[in-house]
Every structure is written in structure tokens, then in C-alpha cells.
Design a binder for this molecule. Structure first.
Ligand code: EPU
Length: 345
């Protein structure tokens, strides 16, 4: 246990003040013991994994920060079980490159821990973990017991889950995935950008390792693969979710486009999902926008980045400027995707 521990180095943004106390847990038992100890005395608790989707305020966290550093993975046929602390990108690489299995190959290169993937229903390039997660083993702080949630009980939707909806209730310990064996081929390619890369039709398949590799290249080109020396990757990935508009909101939005063509994808219940990156770009905030220590990535407008000496306040003031500019230009309210600790937009 460390007192007054710096948290910035534990986040991919490298931002945030210290924790009153930092505990690192290497086994499920240590995780549960630390959670129970905090809950018994009403101590504020922040659970962190890879820190890749986290914006911590400059004042830090006045309580216990529990870092999940559990390890262990088993693969039995196509059933994969990962301890929450396993590095997600490494687990994906192993499954694809050593076992030739499909189901998570398009989720290559995503920073963060396995235990965080169900929380925000991690997704990219046409796959979401909700498509392969069969069960999540979690500690239920409300009941004080260990539970196994089925996929349906996880309440998954776009970048959302029951774990995100009830943030003070669940601590994810293990995640089980049902992978697919297509004899070394990928699941059907859904994302036009990836299909174009191979000159195949959307819906076609390629070697699973080739799909994995293509995604890594695409992500790296957008600054979405961590690189200590590249400030474009000092981000929390996409800072805003892609807006999902009701039919009425979508009509009002179209009326403001003046003939410009914004990306539009069908979403559940007749809604339309558009692109936050496009809105930001077309509201006048181009790649690299900003003159302070926090700017837009030079590779993607949806990543807000720390150029090395930013504070969380710098990042949030950039985020507020962008949210206001997009609202003024298009009448659409952007919502932050990363978890905010001790701060709000
Ligand atoms: N675009 C711009 N300017 C830019 C970048 C993109 O106008 O600088 C427009 C383009 O029209 C492009 C569209 O935005 O076609 C969409 O861009 P992209 O394909 O990069 O995807 P995204 O919607 O910005 C989402 C996820 C990413 C995920 C990619 C790939 C969200 C919030 N983000 O980004 O996830 O990797 O698709 O599937 O859903 C994350 O959640 O942190 C994340 C990185």
C-alpha cells in the first residue's frame, strides 16, 4: 500500500492528482479483501485497470484506489477466460496468432485491461465484446458476494453496460468469451474501411491474423495504439461517444447540414448514429486543434491529447470548447465516453 500515490502514470492520458492510498491487488482474494475493507468503513473506492478510459481530476482521489493486477488466462477449445488484470491487447494477440481463433480479432491494439472490456462494451471495426462475452464473474458490493452474470444480465448496449450503469456496485474479476473457430479465418468483415484495405466485399473473411494486423495498422494511423514517444497517443481513445439521434433529432440535424453529407449508421429503435469525429471536424476543430498543452490529436479529431505538460483542467476546457462548438454548429450535444473521477464536463 502506498500513501499519497501519484495516479497520472497509471493513466494513458498521464493526468490526475494523487490517491490518498493506492492498493495493488494480484489475486481475486486480494481484490475482494481490499473492496470489503473499504466498504466496511465507508471509504471512497476507485477501481482502476489499464487506466485507458479514465480522466482523473487534478485534485486526485481522496480515498482508496485499487489497481487490479490479477493475471491468468485459460483457453479450453474456444472458451477463453481472462483475469480482469490481463492486458487486453496481449490476450487478443495470443488468441489470434497462437490459436487462430476468431471473435475478437478486430479488437486488436486496444489499450487497457480485460476486466474493463465489459464495462464500456469495448468495440471497434465491427466487433463489440458483447458479441463474444458469455459470462462475467464479478464481486457484487451491494450483496457482498461473488456472482456470475450471463451475457443478458450484463445489459450491454453501445459503449454501455450494467457495470457502467451501476458504477459503485460491481468489481469485475474474470471475463469469459465464447470464441469461434473458422479454420483460421476471421468473422465476416463488417467495417468498410477494413474491407477496402483487402479489396474484399463487406461480409467477406480473411485470415484471422491478417484481420488483426490490418486493424493494428488502421489504429496506429489514427494514433489509437499506445506509443510512449507519440503524444497523439496520450489520450483516452475516443473522448466522446458517437451521438445516437432519435428520428426527430436526426431530421433537425439534417436540416442544419446545408447539403453536407454526415456519416449515418442505423441504430436500434429507428435511431441513427452519426460520427462525433465528423461533427468536431466540421464544426471547425481540425486535427491538431488547440494551442495549449492539451490539443486534438493530429491523427484523429475524436482523441483529446496531453502534449506532455497538460493538467486535467486544460483537457476539460478543450473538451468544453469542442462540445459547445459542436452544439452551436449542429445542435447536437456530445457526451464524454471516458469515466470522469472528481470532475465533470
Ligand atoms: N472523421 C473525421 N475526422 C477525423 C476522423 C474521422 O471527420 O479526424 C470522420 C470520418 O468521416 C470517419 C468517421 O469520422 O469516417 C468515423 O471515424 P472512425 O472510423 O475513426 O471511427 P470513430 O467513429 O471515430 C469509433 C469508435 C472507436 C473505434 C473506431 C473503429 C466510438 C466512440 N469510437 O470511432 O473506439 O476504434 O470506431 O471502429 O464509438 C474508443 O471507444 O475509445 C475508440 C477508439
Amino acid at each position: 500500500m502506498t500513501e499519497n500515490a501519484p495516479l497520472a502514470p497509471l493513466t494513458t492520458l498521464r493526468l490526475g492528482g494523487p490517491a490518498r492510498r493506492l492498493v495493488t491487488a494480484h489475486t481475486d482474494q486480494e481484490v475482494i479483501a481490499a473492496v470489503q475493507a473499504a466498504d466496511a468503513v465507508g471509504e471512497p473506492l476507485l477501481v482502476i485497470g489499464g487506466g485507458s478510459n479514465l480522466v482523473i481530476g487534478d485534485a486526485g482521489f481522496d480515498g482508496t484506489v485499487l489497481r487490479i493486477a490479477t493475471t491468468g488466462s485459460t483457453l479450453d477449445g474456444t472458451v477463453l477466460e481472462l483475469a480482469a488484470g490481463e492486458v487486453w491487447a496481449d490476450a487478443v494477440a495470443t488468441v489470434v496468432l497462437e490459436h487462430g481463433l476468431a471473435g475478437i480479432e478486430f479488437l486488436a491494439g486496444i489499450p487497457g485491461s480485460a476486466g474493463a472490456t465489459p464495462v464500456q462494451n469495448v468495440g471497434a471495426y465491427g466487433q463489440e465484446v458483447s458479441q463474444t462475452i458469455t459470462e462475467v464473474v464479478a464481486y457484487d458490493r451491494r450483496a457482498g458476494e461473488l456472482v456470475t452474470l450471463t451475457n443478458a444480465e450484463c445489459g450491454f448496449s453501445y459503449r454501455h453496460s450494467r457495470f457502467k450503469a451501476e458504477p459503485d456496485r460491481w468489481v469485475v474479476l474474470r471475463v469469459r468469451f465464447g470464441l469461434e473457430d473458422h479454420g483460421g479465418l476471421s468473422t465476416p468483415i463488417r467495417y468498410p474501411e477494413v474491407a477496402r484495405h483487402y479489396g474484399v466485399e463487406a461480409g467477406g473473411r480473411v485470415e484471422v491474423a491478417a484481420a488483426w494486423n490490418a486493424v493494428l495498422e488502421l489504429r496506429a494511423g489514427k494514433g489509437m495504439v499506445l506509443d510512449e514517444t507519440d503524444h497523439d497517443t496520450w489520450s483516452a481513445g475516443s473522448f466522446f461517444t458517437n451521438p445516437v439521434l432519435t428520428p426527430e433529432q436526426y431530421q433537425a440535424f439534417l436540416a442544419r447540414l446545408d447539403g453536407r453529407q454526415a456519416p449515418a449508421y442505423p441504430a436500434p429503435d429507428g435511431a441513427t448514429k452519426t460520427s462525433a469525429a465528423w461533427l468536431i471536424d466540421h464544426a471547425g476543430f481540425r486535427k491538431g486543434y488547440g494551442s495549449g498543452p492539451a490539443t486534438l490529436s493530429t491523427k484523429h479529431t475524436l482523441a483529446l491529447t496531453n502534449r506532455g505538460r497538460a493538467t486535467t483542467a486544460d483537457l476539460l476546457s478543450l473538451a468544453r470548447e469542442i462540445r459547445a462548438g459542436v452544439h452551436a454548429a449542429f445542435g447536437v450535444e456530445l457526451v464524454n465516453e471516458p469515466v470522469m473521477v472528481g470532475v465533470e464536463l
